[in-house]
Design a protein around this ligand. Structure first.
Ligand SMILES: Nc1ncnc2c1ncn2[C@@H]1O[C@H](COP(=O)(O)OP(=O)(O)OP(=O)(O)O)[C@@H](O)[C@H]1O
Ligand SMILES: [Mg+2]
Length: 299
């Protein structure tokens, strides 16, 4: 098989063109509560979390792009101080025990704080004391369970006790019980120290929904809903739509968004004019959903 790839040096040296992934995203996340970021794949959930956790290069950061409580955050370093970020894929070392992993991070990141004491209290908070001397492990050498592993990586990123904790898909790859345990733990952690927890999640189960106070629904990088599930139900009801019995409001909203996004991509690939609502910055997609449904019914 022959692969023919033509790429000139000038092409390689060219800076990639900027891509607009998020569009004026504005939302409220309160302390002691969990805010879940949901939306179809590729909608910008991880990008949003990476930006607000300060995981961007200094030269790529726009000092006017992020403000918290009306204070502009001028550098990613400021964000890194106040936000702990747990990425979807961890990079834990398999041959270290849970305690060694946390001690290593504590000694590296904490200055003037008793690392041993901090690690003990963190393991207690994360329910990891019973596996403190177990190896983290990997695919080849089995160690702690998936849920415990997620809690260890959470510990690594909150060793400095940040007031804001951001987690990218903390329940992905876990069975429903372990996923619920992780969310329950995060809910307790949010309440116990008035932390603000933001996490991205796909299809939260009914029991997980109870631990999440507010939802930020994104579609193509724009906010379509920011508020409680009750508010979402109310909005859907006010639009004259009925949520099928077998679905919750979030699942229903996601289905409608997915359908609209698919019909939008079809219409743009057919060179049809783009629906104006996709161009506009908006705070609620649902009125748009209703308009489109009516339009679809009438066509
Ligand atoms: N550095 C980058 N360069 C170019 N495109 C990017 C870059 N980072 C993200 N994207 C694009 O931006 C969009 C949003 O990506 P992102 O990873 O934030 O989506 P997501 O909502 O987290 O999706 P998923 O649910 O699949 O994890 C995607 O279309 C992705 O391909
Ligand atoms: Mg993602």
């Amino acid at each position: 098989m022959t692969w023919g790839i033509t790429l000139s040096v000038s092409q390689l040296l060219q800076k990639p063109k900027p891509v607009a992934i998020l569009k004026s995203v504005c939302f409220v996340a309160k302390s002691s509560e969990i805010l879940a970021i949901v939306g179809p794949s590729g909608t910008g959930k991880s990008t949003l979390l990476r930006i607000i956790s300060g995981r961007v290069k200094d030269e790529d950061y726009n000092p006017k792009s992020v403000s918290i409580n009306d204070h502009q955050i001028t550098s990613p370093a400021q964000l890194r101080k106040i936000c702990g970020f747990v990425a979807q894929e961890d990079n834990l070392l398999p041959l270290l025990t849970v305690k060694e992993t946390l001690m290593f991070t504590a000694k590296f990141r904490l200055k003037g704080i008793d690392a041993k004491e901090r690690v003990e209290s963190l393991m207690q908070e994360l329910g990891l004391l019973h596996v403190s001397d177990s190896y983290v492990g990997d695919e080849e050498n089995r160690g702690i369970s998936g849920g415990e592993r997620k809690r260890v990586s959470t510990g690594v990123d909150m060793i400095h006790d940040p007031p804001i904790l951001l987690l990218d898909e903390p329940t992905s790859g876990l069975d429903s019980t372990s996923a619920l345990q992780v969310i329950e733990l995060l809910s307790i952690m949010a309440k116990s120290k008035q932390r603000t927890v933001l996490l991205s999640i796909h299809q939260p189960s009914y029991r997980i929904l109870h631990h999440i106070s507010n939802f930020l629904i994104l579609s193509h990088g724009s906010v379509v809903h920011n508020g409680s599930i009750e508010l979402l139900e109310e909005t859907i009801g006010n639009l004259g739509m009925q949520i099928p019995l077998q679905l919750n409001a979030l699942e229903f909203a996601m289905e409608v968004i997915k359908t609209l996004e698919d019909s939008y991509s079809r219409s743009t690939s057919d060179h049809h004019p783009k629906p104006s609502c996709y161009r506009k910055q908006r705070t609620m997609l649902l009125p748009f959903i209703a308009r489109n449904r009516n339009r679809q019914r009438s066509t």
